[in-house]
Design a protein around this ligand. Structure first.
Ligand SMILES: Cc1ncc(COP(=O)(O)O)c(C=O)c1O
Length: 442
């Protein structure tokens, strides 16, 4: 991270924390960010009468640009039909669009098209894997004495399915602890990942702490002991280049609605032979080769896991979303968010009574920044910010253990995306710095 001088509108200058990503990409210029924002109709909204919206809740769900909205609408107006079924022109067009989206989204995360399974969301993807390893017909199959390793900073989506998998099989759940500065304790990880480890399931970027974990390193260690590696890439795929194979993980999950795409769609992506060894979670139509009254044989992945009528137009929208992200350049998206995260962290450091959960430097960190305001409940913080048009998330963000790790039950999270601006970060800092005064605490 570096500090540079930025001219202010009044002709003065102020210190601004900025940064280059390791790849050397630069943040968006003011003109570029204006053009980007013009693509997102909702960002020009006013709330509570005439207060401009400051949307800092993109880690919960991101907003959608016109090309994504237009692509889905155009598909629905011209080519919508059931996929992989009908013998008519629309069914062919819909199937082609559905599979083209699969190929594009797969390429976006570095896997082949037969290595990307459409799911409802990331949560479903993890459940497919966690249920799969409790099924005796699958490989690997958890047995008593085996260990599943997660981290203390998991979203409940990557914790509860493993709790159940362990309870059902007699395997033991272990976790890599989090240090006081919000990083994984890698020395402990070295001991925890060992010969008994059958599964390592780890979050790439924490939705609470913002920490980006050293996944390649952890995956290499898990591979060396023959464990299956599962990556929760919900908060990384939208914000930085992610290549599943290059990271060395077997499987990864992510959700379309956090990366400019629609809700109701996610993906489970990873090594073909690993998917091929997993049994399906949901049983029913679209996934079978042969069915008798008492038996069924299943198709190869990805079809094996796509039970029932899938989300269809949503895949077309996600295809448009990855095109949009690629056109902007994922390195530049990361650089933009990195610079804004640095600005936010520097500003937060100057507000008395506000504590950041997680790393206080923007390195190896995404722009999901959770804070605790001394003496003020996050719901009250959220209300004060909302009155200023600032949309943040309050609560435990589906990650209670990591809050408990830092001695709190909940927090206030501001999260950035490619359309966020320095002015929005400053608006957040301004409003937050008034919260304790508002409640008579200073
Ligand atoms: C790190 C992480 N994992 C998993 C999820 C679950 O995603 P979804 O609700 O889209 O399945 C989220 C959503 O907030 C998340 O941030």
């Amino acid at each position: 991270m570096t500090v540079i001088k930025e001219s202010t509108a009044t002709g003065g200058s102020r210190a601004v924390v900025t940064a280059r990503t390791p790849a050397g990409a630069t943040p968006f210029t003011t003109e570029e960010i204006e053009r980007i924002r013009a693509d997102f109709p909702v960002l020009s909204r006013r709330v509570h009468g005439d207060v401009p919206l400051v949307y800092l809740d993109s880690s919960a769900t991101s907003q959608r640009p016109r090309p994504v909205l237009d692509a889905e609408r155009a598909f629905l107006e011209t080519s919508y039909a059931a996929v992989h079924r009908g013998a008519h022109a629309l069914a062919d067009e819909a199937t082609e669009a559905f599979e083209a989206a699969r190929a594009a989204v797969g390429a976006f995360v570095g896997v082949d098209d037969d290595e990307l399974v459409w799911t409802r969301n990331a949560t479903e993807g993890i459940n497919i894997v966690a249920a799969g390893v409790t099924d005796p017909s699958g490989e690997p199959t958890l047995r008593p004495g085996d260990e599943v390793v997660v981290t203390e900073m998991e979203h409940h989506a990557n914790l509860l399915p493993w709790q159940r998998a362990c309870a059902r099989t007699g395997a033991r759940l272990r976790w890599i602890p989090v240090t006081d500065d919000g990083r994984l304790d890698l020395a402990a990880a070295d001991d925890i990942i060992g010969p008994r480890t059958k599964v390592l399931a780890v979050v790439h970027a924490s939705n609470v702490l913002g920490t980006v974990n050293p996944v390649a390193l952890l995956a290499a260690r898990a591979r060396a002991v023959g464990a299956l590696t599962v990556l929760d890439a919900c908060q990384s795929v939208p914000h930085m280049p992610v290549d599943v194979h290059r990271l060395g993980v077997d499987l990864a999950v992510f959700s379309a609605h956090k990366m400019l795409g629609p809700n109701g769609l996610g993906a489970l992506a990873g090594r073909r032979e690993v998917l091929d060894a997993l049994p399906p979670l949901l049983l029913g139509g679209s996934i079978v080769d042969e069915v008798t009254m008492t038996t069924a044989t299943f198709k190869k992945p990805p079809a094996r896991f796509e039970t029932g009528t899938p989300a269809i137009s949503q895949t077309v929208a996600l295809h448009a979303a990855v095109r949009y992200l690629e056109d902007l350049g994922r390195d530049r998206v990361a650089a933009h968010e990195h610079a804004l995260t640095g600005r936010m962290l520097a500003g937060l450091a100057g507000i008395p009574g506000v504590r950041v959960l997680g790393p206080t430097s923007a390195d190896d960190r995404i722009g999901a920044v959770s804070v605790v305001v001394d003496g003020v409940h996050p719901h009250d913080v959220g209300e004060v910010l909302d009155a200023a048009g600032i949309a943040v998330r309050v609560g435990h963000h589906c990650a209670q253990p990591v809050h408990r790790r830092f001695g709190v039950r909940s927090s206030t999270r501001a999260s950035l995306y490619l359309y966020s601006t320095a002015a929005e970060v400053d608006a957040f800092l301004d409003a937050l710095s008034g919260v304790r005064r508002y409640f008579g605490l200073v």
